[in-house]
Design a protein around this ligand. Structure first.
Ligand code: IPD
Ligand code: CA
Ligand code: CA
Length: 292
């Protein structure tokens, strides 16, 4: 069929009662906290690459596999009727319409090198997360186990960050000018795709405050939610990279779309910013991405 995804296809997260959405958020927080502690505490000295996936650059460590197994065990006990889509273990449908979307380590290359910017991302979504635009996040959480910050949200409930025993609300920044915007992006594991991504950055970089490549998409989105960067864009993401962070940004008052500045984010593009900057950045990324 082709064509841009139609946001009308996505289910309404308010089909899930508000108290259940809040309960799902609490479970997502518990899951990322336990799994975050596992990957931080049990990271082996001399950690190596267990295998590679989509390309030689797309690495998996033994801890990605262990972290996902822990998440799946806990979900099998707590929510046995829900589906699960995990980066390492694939998709199993459930009977409730809800599916847990798991990135056991987001930022695996940082984790491999012990760079302290990686995450566990857990979201629960309504609809089919394997079909672009046919799903909506209901609740989610993202932890950076090295800062012990947990970013979390449920649909309609606002977004929060919890760290060092305190929880505070998240709100996107108010940057209105592209020239002054601090942006984040990420690059594909496909070396050929990176040529096009580098060309986009090359054009944009002299015209903005700066561009960060921090290496964990889920955290990039949470940084938009916290006003720590003004905008973020990346193409080629998978549902597990974006499901929880998308919700956190939206609940923090931001806008997250795909190409054309509308429609849900997808593998084609995830573009997140405050409502004023979003259309400006979106026009730039669309224009630069369309160049031959
Ligand atoms: C990757 C990270 C990275 C992004 C890649 C993702 P992984 O996830 O989020 O920042 O640029 O597109 O695949 O492989 O570390 O889970
Ligand atoms: Ca990821
Ligand atoms: Ca991962």
């Amino acid at each position: 069929m082709g064509g841009p995804p139609d946001p009308e296809d996505a289910p309404d997260p308010h089909q899930v009662p508000a108290d259940e959405r809040a309960e799902l958020e609490r479970l997502a927080v518990d899951l990322v906290e336990e799994t975050g502690a596992l990957i931080r505490e049990e990271r082996p000295d001399g950690l190596g690459v267990a295998h590679t996936k989509s390309s030689d650059l797309d690495v998996v460590t033994e801890m990605d596999t262990r972290a996902e197994a822990l998440l799946r065990d806990r979900l099998a006990a707590a929510r046995p009727e829900d589906g699960v889509l995990g980066e390492e273990g694939g998709h199993g449908a459930g009977s409730t319409g809800l599916t847990w979307v798991l990135d056991p380590i987001d930022g695996t290359v940082n984790y491999l090198y012990d760079l302290p910017s990686y995450a566990v991302s857990v979201a629960v979504v309504l609809g089919d997360p394997t079909t672009p635009s046919a799903w909506t996040p209901v609740a989610g959480a993202v932890i950076n186990p090295r800062t012990d910050e947990v970013f979390h949200a449920h649909s309609g409930g606002g977004a929060r960050v919890t760290g060092r025993g305190t929880t505070r609300s998240l709100a996107v920044g108010n940057q209105a000018r592209l020239e002054s915007a601090l942006l984040a992006t990420g690059f594909s594991y496909d070396r050929a795709v990176r040529r096009g991504q580098a060309a986009v950055v090359s054009d944009l970089l002299p015209r903005v405050r700066d561009v960060r490549r921090m290496g964990a998409a889920a955290l990039d989105l949470c940084h938009v939610a916290a006003g720590r960067v003004d905008g973020y864009w990346e193409s080629g993401l998978q549902p597990w990279d974006l499901a929880a962070g998308w919700l956190v940004v939206t609940e923090a008052g931001g806008v997250v779309t795909g190409p054309g500045g509308s429609g849900p984010p997808s593998g084609d593009l995830v573009l997140a910013a405050n409502a004023i900057l979003h259309p400006l950045l979106s026009d730039e990324i669309d224009r630069l991405s369309a160049r031959p």
